[in-house]
Design a binder for this molecule. Structure first.
Ligand SMILES: [Zn+2]
Length: 80
């Protein structure tokens, strides 16, 4: 790594700890569920899942797992 890239890497490590600088706007996730794979998408600050539970309740174990995983870099979840 050249000096310029080392400086950038140092800055990146600092940014990675300053999570208030980052807000993920959209994301497409392939989720290996216990029974079936699911596609989970973050769009406009809201999670959407193709599982049947999500269709009736608007929130599911897959979306809640991703809320937990990315809690520092996503907008606050809204209760359904
Ligand atoms: Zn789901």
């Amino acid at each position: 790594m050249d000096y310029g890239m080392i400086r950038k890497y140092e800055k990146a490590k600092q940014y990675a700890e300053e999570t208030d600088r980052i807000e993920i706007q959209s994301m497409l996730v392939s989720f290996k569920g216990k029974n079936n794979p699911h596609t989970v998408e973050l769009k406009g600050g809201q999670w959407h899942c193709d599982c049947s539970f999500f269709q009736t309740r608007g929130r599911c174990s897959h979306t809640m797992a991703l809320e937990l995983l990315f809690k520092d870099v996503l907008p606050e979840p809204t209760a359904p």
